[in-house]
Design a protein around this ligand. Structure first.
Ligand code: PEP
Ligand code: MN
Length: 691
């Protein structure tokens, strides 16, 4: 036998033996994995043991005349793999129910693109038997498939160490109802691939995704007479060559893509930078349990209150708890120019006590906050893993805001009722905690008592402009007007809809008054939020949960009116819906409840104001107009509201009340508004506030 052939067959035999031993080793590792799964107190990674094993291995290798360095690298890879393999036992234990054996995963691209390759890596350490992959044309289409339930997961790239963040994916995460459940890093190794037999000199055109072309710029610059052609993705470029079978065209893609499409590698290692990593996110519809022993990471998106130092305070919230941020990214908000949302990744899980404390502090400085997910961390270096952040001994209590008058802090002396544990975000964390909600410069919950005035409904341009003039002259700082009217009778005036909204916004602009208007349908929220400064949820919709969720996603403050037969707790739970969606800017409104009394349209529950002030940090205002239903009672009830500590009032006023298409009996005139202001002044001042 040819000695070369003999050696080769010997190598093949040894490789088979090597694999068999590896399989046996993995089997032994699984026994330990099962043990860790069943014993939640057993540490997941025994670093001391790993160190001892690695040292013994290197010594043994050197005794056999092998390079300790390379042998060590082999073992490190095996240890990594073992650790990953054990994760499935931990998570299966954490989930307790039988994990799904077949999953469908959507990605952007065609088979063998980097996303597709990463799916294999992600699921190697998850307990699944079959993966069905759905390649989609765009990130949006992959996300749509996830939200529509066509797949269990979507895997999308979020950043690359050279090209930076993938903004489109960030924007989708903020908008969609999805949760990040995992991350994975893929080392990108660009190759020039082509029809088998092609040599570099034959290639005239090189096609690939623009980012890949850019990452191989030096290589491309070195080729004379070669044209770069941009393609929708790297694997797609490889696929096109396999169809065209033209040796004059090459593609920049992975070696795996070359294999998939029957192509050959013409050149390897062609990227400018040696290290080129892409981080992917595994996205699901619901949060998944993570074994607390696994190092976790959390991603969130927030918008800060428009105040000096607000971002600094947000970052300090993490620092105060000893939490390391791993990423901070800002994105513009098209609807509100020069305002930004911030994406943050940090170490820790939302269920960690110190993370909870940091988030509570963070909420006080943000007007929007959405947790995008907590998931096992994949980006740590072995060094970092040995230096997990230290848990501070005690959680610091946040001090009340300085710029508030002392008397406003004074809470009613009544005993504090037992709080509902579901009021996680809306309840006061410490006595006197007040949140300020800024509506384009009009601050609710601050020193100033806010008066909102305007007609029940937007009727026409002249009426709206007159109403705005009247509100301004009467001293109001915001303008109201219903464009979408929830009417008890289907035959009553239903409002002008979006045309009405335009008139309201025009009038608000003309008199420099931010506007508030009611939104009735979830599908209208995004559009109304484009121009209205504040979104009103009416009494009839206080428990329209899909509407509450939708305004929770909106980037506008919300005026939440109490349902006419809702308890205070139900009102707070409705606020909780909005806040759980990420929107922290909620102002509550007491507008009268249904009782046996018929002398007034509703009965103003004046006690709701001090009760709410004790239970929640959110601002509370009063609508005396809908409570009373008759003009003469509106002013006295507004005065009562100021006296019990409301943060403001919302009043219906019409330039010509007799002509009002809606709620004419309770509309104040311009003169009434002026009188209201005069009478409010001493009462507001007695409460230590200004008008
Ligand atoms: C309104 O403010 O226009 C309104 C309809 O009020 P409520 O939802 O409190 O009845
Ligand atoms: Mn009305």
């Amino acid at each position: 036998m040819d000695p070369l052939l003999r050696s080769r067959s010997e190598i093949d035999r040894l490789d088979r033996e090597f694999l068999r031993l590896l399989a046996e080793r993995m089997q032994a590792v699984r026994v330990i994995g099962t043990h860790k799964g069943e014993n939640p107190d057993a540490p997941f990674v025994d670093e001391e043991r790993e160190r001892v094993v690695l040292e013994a291995w290197t010594r043994e290798a050197e005794k056999l005349g092998l390079s300790g360095y390379f042998a060590g690298r082999v073992l490190r890879e095996i240890l990594n793999w073992s650790r990953r393999d054990q994760e499935r036992f931990l998570d299966a234990h954490a989930k307790s129910a039988g994990a799904a054996k077949a999953v469908r995963v959507a990605y952007q691209g065609v088979p063998a693109c980097y996303s597709d390759l990463t799916i294999t890596k992600v699921f190697a350490s998850r307990d699944v038997e079959r993966i069905e992959r759905l390649g989609r044309k765009s990130f949006v289409a992959a996300m749509d498939a996830l939200e529509a339930g066509e797949v269990e997961y979507a895997l999308l790239p979020i950043e690359n160490t050279i090209a930076g963040s993938i903004n489109e994916v960030y924007d989708l995460l903020a908008k969609r109802n999805v949760v990040i459940v995992g991350e994975e890093v893929w080392p990108v190794e660009h190759c020039l691939v082509g029809v088998p037999g092609t040599v570099l000199e034959q290639v005239r055109t090189i096609r690939s995704h623009p980012v890949a072309l850019q990452q191989c710029q030096r290589f491309l610059d070195g080729l004379v007479g070669v044209r770069a052609e941009s393609w929708h993705d790297t694997a797609g470029a490889a696929e096109s060559i396999s169809i065209e079978q033209d040796a004059r065209v090459g593609a920049i893609a992975s070696e795996e893509a070359a294999q998939q499409y029957g192509l050959a590698v013409i050149a390897r290692g062609i990227a400018d930078e040696r290290v080129n990593l892409t981080r992917f996110l595994l996205i699901g519809r619901a949060a998944e349990k993570v074994d607390p022993r696994r190092p976790a990471k959390t991603s969130l998106v927030f918008a800060v209150n428009h105040r000096r130092g607000a971002l600094l305070q947000c970052l300090a919230a993490f620092n105060d708890q000893g939490i390391s941020l791993t990423k901070l990214e800002s994105r513009p908000q098209p609807a509100t120019p020069w305002e930004y949302v911030f994406y943050v990744d940090f170490e820790g899980h939302v269920s960690d006590a110190r993370v909870e404390a940091a988030l509570a502090a963070l909420r006080e400085h943000t007007n929007h906050l959405k947790i995008l997910g907590s998931y096992p961390r994949r980006t740590e270096s072995p060094l970092e893993r040995r230096q997990l952040p230290v848990v501070p001994a005690e959680i610091e209590v946040v001090e009340p805001l300085e710029n508030e008058p002392a008397s406003v802090h004074a809470c009613p002396a009544e005993p504090k009722p037992a709080t509902n544990p579901n009021l996680k975000l809306s309840s006061s964390k410490h006595p006197g905690q007040r949140t300020q909600v800024d509506v384009n410069g009009v601050v609710f919950g601050g020193e100033r008592f806010v008066v909102i005035a305007g007609p029940c409904a937007v009727e026409n341009r002249a009426q709206m402009l007159d109403a705005a003039a009247m509100a301004k002259a009467g001293g109001a700082s915001m303008l109201r007007g219903g464009a979408f009217k929830p009417r008890t009778s289907p035959y009553a005036f239903q409002g002008l809809g979006f045309a009405g909204l335009e008139l309201l916004v025009e009038a608000g602009h003309a008199y420099e008054l931010p506007v508030v208007t009611e939104v009735l349908r979830p599908e209208d929220v995004e559009k109304v939020a484009e121009t209205a400064d504040m979104l009103q949820i009416g009494a009839r919709n206080m428990q329209n949960f899909s509407l509450l969720r939708e305004v929770g996603r909106a980037r506008r403050p919300v005026l939440l009116k109490r349902g006419m037969s809702a308890t205070i707790e139900e009102l707070l739970l409705a606020a909780e819906y909005v806040m759980a969606g990420g929107n922290n800017r909620v102002v509550l409104c007491e507008r009268g409840i249904r009782t046996f009394e018929t002398a007034t349209r509703n009965t103003l529950d004046i006690s709701a104001i001090p009760v709410l002030r004790a239970r929640t940090h959110l601002p509370v205002i009063v609508d005396p107009s809908h409570a009373a239903g008759v003009r003469d009672l509106v002013v006295p009830l507004a005065l009562a509201a100021a006296a019990v500590g409301a943060d403001g009032v919302i009043i219906e006023a019409h330039p010509r009340p007799g002509e009002a298409l809606c709620d004419k009996d309770q509309a104040l005139t311009g003169d009434d508004l002026v009188k209201l202001f005069a009478q409010l002044k001493p009462i507001v001042e007695a409460r230590g506030r200004t008008l």
